[in-house]
Write a protein that binds this ligand. Sequence first.
Ligand SMILES: [Zn+2]
Length: 441
Amino acid sequence: MLFPAGSRWLAILALTFCTSASAGDVLFENVRIFDGRSATLSAPSHVLVKGNVIERISTAPIAAADAQRVTGNGHTLMPGLIDNHWHAMLIRVTPAQAFGDVGYNNLLAGDEATDTLMRGFTTVRDVGGPVFGLKQAIDEGIVKGPRIYPSGAMITVTSGHGDFRQLTDLPRTIGGMLTRMEQVGGAIVADSPDEVRVRTREQLMQGASQIKLTAGGGVSSPFSPVDVTTFTEAELRAAVEAAENWGTYVVAHAFTPAAIQRAVAAGVKCIEHGMLMDEATARLLAEKNIWLSLQPLPEGLRLGFPEGSVQRAKADEVWPGIARSYEFARKYKIKTAWGTDVLFSRALAQQQGAILASLTRWYTPAEALVMATSTNAELLAMSGKRNPYPGKLGVVEQGALADLLLVDGNPLDNINLIADPANNFKIIMKDGVIYKNTLSK
Ligand SMILES: [Zn+2]
């Protein structure tokens, strides 16, 4: 009795978390397609995945004798989700652990990466953290996780956002030892154009697909008031030149009009957050075609900062700007990307899909899903030749990379399906490989 039952469970487990790395062909039959761009589903269709690419889409049956057949039953086939503001190394750790044991932190991050993929997020743009090793392990198939577009260490100024040193670490010896935070590769301090150039090139050398600088104060760091502007224009420009020489771009963390405008003047192509922008700054972003990578930060994140703390006071300042920024983004048709910026909370990370669904405060479900797929992929493509995953992401179309979700239901009607991936995502495929399959046979 025990053995048959045991083997049945093994079979179910194997079915649930199919890890086979064989990129055998897969034929999805009878699916309705959300292609990442359109506000409506396709007619019932068939989709053939060959290797890691979507080979053919047709309303007529496709002959593919050797392919694994998936009977879609009218479920929705859609592109894998993309989170454009993620910190893969900073989700499960506490702030104190973040610059602690590297081995432990990588194992934690690996487990979180698997959870991230199982939430249907097949790609993340990592905007700060020592993520190169995790990315490599995922790409080599050692750890299950999303594609990662790494920035490497966040580059900041002394006392800027990302400078997590304590006052007891001061004064720093000029030209002396690096601090623990810098050795680990989480964030690095640069206080002149020359230092910025060195640190930028070091990230590029490690495989950064884009460079992240913090142009103004931030919420979570201890010694950067939200109102301050940090890097000089010359310093920002040094990073932009080094990144552009390498064929890629710089993103800048910035809340205030002054910080955003200076970053734009220096040639930064994407503003992260921007919650305290004013109307003139919104207009500037639209005119100059600058990306705004905006996050509908959940209340849980704000409330996570202890009452009375510096961070909580700063969060209280920033949060009211979320709604206003989305209204500006809509009004001026700013190119807007979506991300979550979850930090130090496994529980909030589990809300990743729900945070996406919360965009319906400002957008239709279709607009929100287009943003988290094809629009986010457009921003990723800005990495040019430094794109670690050349090919089309964020769309279901012939020739695109096969990152696909099979959803029980129509997320364009009910976006909350995205918030419960365990139940509603029947198949999760990344790069042509099925990582989850709970379709009953
Ligand atoms: Zn962030």
